[in-house]
Design a protein around this ligand. Structure first.
Ligand code: S3P
Length: 174
């Protein structure tokens, strides 16, 4: 890769349901990198689902765990990393991910996100009685954080997985 500027990881950030894991897996396959999903690593380390963890211990404890797992993952090399949607809430996460990685924001409109998560109950922060409104207000709050953290932004609305991946590769290959 020509344009990696000594950074060896490709880090995907973005709101819940924007496709970080799906895109990340395909991208990793294509460029022969390993893929790692920080939420999966968290679940492995706690032995229960993120929903159950939120219900039992709350968000603050989850964020502490997330910070620990992110710092471990960020120290590795040659990975495509899919992060949880709230990773940008903690600057330490962005600092450690940026030290070894290029950060790509998969930007999606509330309706795109809604379509992807409407039948999903595994995301505790979206288990409200109006999912679309929750998405809109959380995204409103977080959008500046995603944009500030990103080295590159890909608009994903109405794009196929292949188009999104080729946008990412065009940027990385420079
Ligand atoms: C969260 C996003 C989730 C997961 C947790 C909190 C968030 O990950 O980390 O439920 O605060 O946006 P995904 O973005 O993979 O759904």
């Amino acid at each position: 890769m020509r344009n990696m500027k000594n950074k060896s990881n490709i880090v995907l950030i973005g709101f819940m349901g924007c496709g970080k894991s799906t895109i990340g897996k395909e991208l990793a396959k294509k460029i022969k990198y390993s893929f790692i999903d920080s939420d999966e690593e968290i679940e492995k380390s706690i032995g229960i689902s993120i929903s159950d963890f939120f219900a039992k211990y709350g968000e603050v404890k989850f964020r502490k765990l997330e910070e620990k797992v992110i710092s471990q993952i960020a120290a590795k090399n040659n990975l495509v990393i899919a992060t949880g949607g709230g990773v940008i809430k903690n600057f330490n996460n962005i600092f450690s991910l940026k030290s070894g990685g290029i950060i790509i924001y998969l930007k999606a409109a509330p309706m795109t996100i809604f379509k992807n998560v409407k039948n999903d109950n595994t995301r505790p922060l979206l288990n409200t009685n109006n999912k679309l409104e929750t998405i809109k207000s959380l995204l409103n709050e977080r959008a500046p954080l995603y944009e500030r953290a990103a080295d590159f932004i890909v608009n994903t609305d109405n794009k196929s997985i292949n188009e999104i991946i080729s946008n990412i590769l065009d940027y990385i290959r420079g």
